[in-house]
Design a protein around this ligand. Structure first.
Ligand code: F6R
Length: 369
């Protein structure tokens, strides 16, 4: 039931505040993250972990890439994010102090399932982040942290993505506490940031009309580029994936710092480029670098659509369109910046008369390798 929405995707995008809130519910007690699902490992075992390998495919892998920044910063454990199908077939080094974290909305993705089985046979402990109760991947894992996004019907993953990041951030804060890498004041501060996210996503959703207008003049675009830096990089990749799968437009995401190393050659007059801009307050060292990237592509005629923090005046002179997101600490910006990109892909596909819930050639659950 679409509940009055034009598509399941529109409904699910709108449900993102609840997807995050429900994933946090019961897991924060007096401002402190508590994950009973991890109790069986014991805090000492988690404290001894030397390396984390995140395995996932598609959008779930981008959630993993976002979480890498948070886990390394907060819990000080090295994190590799690997596509399940690449991990499984390249003789990866797995040691018994390696923790494997799989991420899967469906819990049935064959590539990820095989990678989890492979890792466990090699002696790793495997935790699953999953949105589907009782699915195969959680059953094949040592423990599961369920996301509570609710059933996701549209093929394109949206609310599951933000719920995955929320669950991974809970995990990162839990890990930071048991490993003693963050003090209690910092733990409380980050946990409070996480709890504020549902309301900020709701505010971001109010940009829907601005995004729809943008989509209407872009229906003839042949290619769209997405730039991001730091946690904005996986969001650029996710924005490009959404546009490919829904609107069948060639789209690529780049790390903004790579621009000069090749992609800038693609910029010609009229080329649309989305830029996810880090906060000028929270990322004072990165913000000017991204603004300078914007100037470089603008000077070559790019049509620049900027996703920037409310009040970021530095981007205004160089942007053709600015979409604002609420203020948040840098690591939390992805949960907001992804929303206009999801909406954009959905609106552009809709403007082209395409079926946003069931894009061609795709299945919701990829149960073959
Ligand atoms: C993109 C999308 C896919 C899935 C990927 C993994 O919108 O939906 O990229 O994210 O197939 O699926 P799960 O999370 O079910 O393992």
């Amino acid at each position: 039931d679409k509940g009055g929405w034009s598509s399941f995707m529109a409904k699910e995008v709108s449900e993102q505040p609840d997807a995050v809130a429900n994933t946090l519910r019961g897991r924060i007690v007096d401002g402190v993250v508590v994950i009973p699902e991890l109790a069986e490992f014991g805090d000492e075992a988690l404290a001894r972990i030397r390396r984390i390998v995140i395995i996932a495919c598609g959008t779930a892998a981008y959630a993993g890439q976002v979480a890498k920044y948070a886990i390394e910063k907060w819990a000080k454990v090295p994190v590799d994010v690997e596509l399940s199908h690449e991990f499984r077939y390249r003789d990866p080094v797995i040691e018994n102090d390696t923790l494997v974290v799989s991420i899967s909305q469906s819990g049935e993705t064959m590539d990820t399932l095989m990678a989890v089985k492979y890792a466990r046979e090699a002696g790793a402990v495997a935790i699953s982040i999953c949105n589907t109760q009782g699915a195969t991947i959680p059953r094949e894992s040592n423990a599961v942290i369920y996301t509570h996004a609710g059933p996701e019907v549209a093929v394109a993953s949206t609310k599951a993505f933000v719920a995955q990041i929320a669950a991974l951030y809970l995990f990162a804060l839990h890990l930071a506490r048991v490993r003693g890498t963050l003090g209690s004041a910092e733990l409380l501060e980050h946990t409070a940031e996480l709890q504020a996210i549902p309301e900020k996503i709701a505010t971001t959703l109010l940009q829907g009309d601005a995004v729809r207008q943008l989509a209407t003049w872009m229906t003839d675009s042949r290619a769209v580029l997405f730039l991001g830096r730091h946690v904005g990089f996986p969001i650029a990749l996710e924005g490009a994936l959404k546009l490919k799968e829904l609107a069948y437009i060639h789209a690529e995401g780049f790390a903004a710092g790579e621009l000069k190393h090749g992609p800038i050659a693609l910029i010609e007059p009229g080329q649309p480029v989305f830029v996810v801009v880090p906060s000028p307050r929270g990322s004072a060292h990165l913000h000017p670098k991204v603004v300078s990237n914007i100037q470089e592509i603008r000077a070559r005629g790019a049509r620049v659509i900027v996703i920037a923090e409310q009040g970021d005046a530095a981007v205004l002179p160089f942007a053709d369109t600015v979409i604002h997101i609420p203020l948040a600490a840098p690591l939390f910006e992805p949960l907001l910046a992804v929303v206009p990109l999801q909406l954009f892909a959905m609106e552009l596909a809709t403007a082209k008369g395409l079926d946003v819930d069931q894009p061609r050639n795709l299945a919701k659950s990829v149960t073959v390798e």
